[in-house]
Ligand binder design. Sequence first.
Ligand code: SAM
Length: 306
Amino acid sequence: MPNFRLSLGPLRASLFAGRQGAEMRFGVGGPRWLSWYEGVAAHRRARREADRPLAEVPPPEEAGAAADLRRRIATLPWYHVIDLGHGVVTPGIFDHRPVLPRYPLPDSLAGQRVLDIGTFDGFWAFEFEKRGAAEVVALDIATFSEADFPPPARARMAPAALAEKTGRGFAIAHDVLGSHVERRTGSVYRLDPAEWGRFDLVNLGNVLVHLRDPALALQCIRPLVRGRLMITETIDQDLEAAEGMGPLMRYMGGEQDCNWWRYNSAALLRMPRDAGFAATELATIFRLPMKGGARDMTQAVVVASP
Ligand SMILES: C[S@@+](CC[C@H](N)C(=O)[O-])C[C@H]1O[C@@H](n2cnc3c(N)ncnc32)[C@H](O)[C@@H]1O
């Protein structure tokens, strides 16, 4: 029993005192006040439910699909940001979606045969498919050991890392998007028109930087191109600023992330011509945002025609 009780409307205060000390307890009391209090709480709960955006209450089966997908993509490091639907986007380093209008690509690729060289997670291959290409072939090396690592860097790498298969992200995106892109493994140095056929559009995005012999790679690509080759490459700002110096390449030696060369746009315009393309054109130069912004990713896009 309390030693002292005070009521003020719905509020009650009780004082309990004993040998151990004293304690004050507060409460809301009385059946009338209790039902009023519960009514207010129920009203607030209903308001909160009504105000909640619809997107936060997805149908149960969609929530399950999105959760499964998130678990699947969390197992991998992603290079490309790819929208997989169900509100799920891969956490890639490069998001090309906001800069898509910068690339010299038509809205429709209907009827065209397209080859994406060095496809990685496949952002570009899926984009070409989205634009209605009749056939998209995506090429990448089968394992990382096929990349042009210089011998000292290769010697330092764990055998398991070299033997690792490429394309795990591509496989997930391909499956989820219900894509019909055909992924094939091989090296750009071994392209053969008798085996691969010829293409209306060939995409070579940020691959030349990783090749010890970019001039040879362009020679290997040339016989497969019946339409145009779109080359995107990171350019070196200092070389680009060296006006009047003509085609320039900075040798980087492949030690760091298998980066062999940085180019100026004049070099990107000249090299395809030396590989047998009749004409080249500089379509654009722009900065590609990179997650973390670790590197300057100023991109030049060159179109080469046979
Ligand atoms: C920097 S990623 C570029 C990904 C994509 N093309 C883009 O522009 O976003 C380079 C890609 O080239 C591939 N690659 C490296 N050496 C290659 C070779 N010899 N033949 C074909 N692909 C190669 C890599 O495996 C990787 O998928």
